[in-house]
Design a protein around this ligand. Structure first.
Ligand SMILES: Cc1cc2nc3c(=O)[nH]c(=O)nc-3n(C[C@H](O)[C@H](O)[C@H](O)COP(=O)(O)O)c2cc1C
Length: 224
């Protein structure tokens, strides 16, 4: 499965089987996480066979069988103004990579147990922006209700294929409360993108930009 195919196949999955992640899969996930950490100065990490990411009541009703998760955080003391957008961007890379390995995921920015996750975070982990639950899903999830391309985008003149493909990819991305609160504008080979989704605006924007690049092809445009 390519990363492009992973965008279409990925849906939020909140229930997981008890199948452990094989060693090889853990190693592949860790390598991808490390590559992103090195590139962007982050401290994302993978926690396996651990059920502390959700409170007991939530585990009963929603977060069923979550036993592995990726912690989304910068290095302690290295938070910059754009950390959340970078975590959205890099987290999206790891999330879609997990899908190519046959795994399912669930991005959680609000309803995780901060205390439980903190307890399992490696030394040097900064402020935690969320977690991505990862594992073998009890199901594959289903496509979310979606806005239309014209609801979130405009292009000066006739939109080229790469722009339309980029917008279509953004509409596949996970967003907090499924808001898809993006505004994407294209002019020639320049694209701008903003997101207004309350406290999750920056994370959603990073996820959205990653999807746009995968859909449009980075070689076809530059960010404004
Ligand atoms: C930044 C962010 C935060 C999220 N926070 C939560 C959360 O706290 N609880 C939850 O159940 N889902 C959360 N989600 C998952 C979204 O509800 C889900 O991605 C959205 O409904 C779209 O569905 P899809 O992922 O299947 O495309 C979050 C997603 C994102 C991107």
């Amino acid at each position: 499965m390519t990363m492009q195919e992973a965008m279409a196949a990925r849906h939020t999955v909140r229930s997981y089987t008890d199948r452990e992640l094989p060693e090889e899969v853990c190693a592949q996930l860790w390598a991808r996480i490390q590559a992103n950490n090195d590139l962007c100065g982050l401290a994302m990490s993978l926690v396996t066979e651990n059920t502390d990411a959700f409170s007991a009541p939530l585990k009963l009703v929603l977060a069923k069988g979550v036993r592995n998760y990726i912690i989304l955080a910068a290095q302690a003391g290295k938070d910059t103004g754009d950390t959340e957008e970078v975590l959205g961007y890099c987290g999206a890379d790891v999330m879609l990579y997990a899908q190519t390995l046959g795994l399912n995921t669930w991005w959680v920015g609000g309803t995780f147990s901060r205390k439980g996750v903190q307890k399992n975070a490696p030394a040097g982990t900064g402020a935690i922006a969320g977690v991505i639950a990862v594992g073998y899903g009890a199901e594959q999830g289903k496509p979310h209700k979606s806005k239309r391309p014209e609801d979130i985008s405009s292009y000066n003149g006739a939109a080229p294929d790469w722009f339309q493909n980029g917008v279509a990819a953004v509409l596949l991305a996970p967003t907090a409360l499924n808001r898809q609160a993006f505004t994407i504008r294209g002019d020639g080979r320049t694209v701008s993108m903003t997101c207004h989704n309350g406290r999750f605006s920056a994370v959603d924007l990073g996820i959205g930009k990653y999807h746009f690049e995968l859909g449009a092809g980075k070689e076809n445009f530059t960010w404004a």
